[in-house]
Ligand binder design. Sequence first.
Ligand SMILES: Cc1cc2nc3c(=O)[nH]c(=O)nc-3n(C[C@H](O)[C@H](O)[C@H](O)COP(=O)(O)OP(=O)(O)OC[C@H]3O[C@@H](n4cnc5c(N)ncnc54)[C@H](O)[C@@H]3O)c2cc1C
Ligand SMILES: NC(=O)c1ccc[n+]([C@@H]2O[C@H](COP(=O)([O-])OP(=O)(O)OC[C@H]3O[C@@H](n4cnc5c(N)ncnc54)[C@H](OP(=O)(O)O)[C@@H]3O)[C@@H](O)[C@H]2O)c1
Length: 251
Amino acid sequence: MSAWIEGRVAGTRRWTESLCSIGVEAPSLSFAAGQFARLALPAPPGAKEPMIARPYSFVNPPHAAPHEFYFIILPEGPLSPRLAALDTGASVWLAPRASGLFGIAETAQSDSLWCVSTGTGIGPFLSILRSGDPWTKFGRVVLVHSVRYAEELTYRDEIARIAGAHPGAFDYVPMVSREAHPDALAGRIPAAIEDGRLEGRVGLALTPENAHAMLCGNPAMVDDVQAVLGARGMRRHRRREPGHITLETYW
Ligand SMILES: Cc1cc2nc3c(=O)[nH]c(=O)nc-3n(C[C@H](O)[C@H](O)[C@H](O)COP(=O)(O)OP(=O)(O)OC[C@H]3O[C@@H](n4cnc5c(N)ncnc54)[C@H](O)[C@@H]3O)c2cc1C
Ligand SMILES: NC(=O)c1ccc[n+]([C@@H]2O[C@H](COP(=O)([O-])OP(=O)(O)OC[C@H]3O[C@@H](n4cnc5c(N)ncnc54)[C@H](OP(=O)(O)O)[C@@H]3O)[C@@H](O)[C@H]2O)c1
């Protein structure tokens, strides 16, 4: 099997100066909701490797085309600014297989599922929540999206459609840390768990008896939320040792 398959850019969407989504036609690439692709572009002349590649979570649900990826543009980053600048129809390369174990198959049975994200870490949850996977396993699903500024609360139409498809079973909790926003909880996720604001907002307990938590995004958030949940007796879920927390870190 060759190292890369060639995909075509189906379009890009610029949400803010630094947030972008890209659609990629690559019909031979299949995946399970929650997994990531490796996207690549040819490296500049003189580089050690022929391609610059980075992992990106699928945002589209499986079987929906084109594939979609949601990413932050890091001005000094080798790949993200180049991806954001691609025109419709341009070539982009993908590893021939999707990867990752972040998905509903790797969660423990529980009453409720908490999908906890910062920034672009909301991506895999948009795929998971638009697949059938969580809705037969969990009675209630909560999506927490924590961002610095309100304009970064993206994908609101898609989230509204998820809510409409699952009345009474789904709650969305936006959080904004660096400005006041009427619809959002203030501050960071660990504090909102510790002081009860997050559970109060949805009327659900986040405890080992009731909940499984999936965490995705900033590694410091993942560490800090694990510490807060650990104090409640929630621990990492592993195939051989069932627990309550599944995680994916982006850097
Ligand atoms: C399993 C996995 C899945 C990922 N999925 C996504 C995704 O869906 N969307 C996405 O934007 N990124 C995702 N990333 C990160 C992505 O692979 C790149 O690192 C990122 O796009 C920056 O690439 P770059 O080459 O421009 O800079 P890099 O040299 O790769 O990164 C430079 C620095 O930017 C910071 N950074 C990296 N990614 C992010 C981020 N997402 N948000 C905030 N700061 C970041 C880190 O401090 C990093 O050291 C994922 C990473 C992993 C490990
Ligand atoms: N967002 C932008 O406009 C922008 C533009 C260009 C480059 N960047 C770069 O992108 C990276 C940041 O990406 P991002 O904006 O997605 O932000 P991020 O730093 O991951 O922040 C997203 C959310 O996570 C919170 N958070 C950070 N650390 C946490 C922790 N330990 N526990 C719990 N919550 C935590 C943040 O709160 P706090 O606000 O309290 O930190 C914020 O609400 C940085 O390298 C930045 O320099 C960002």
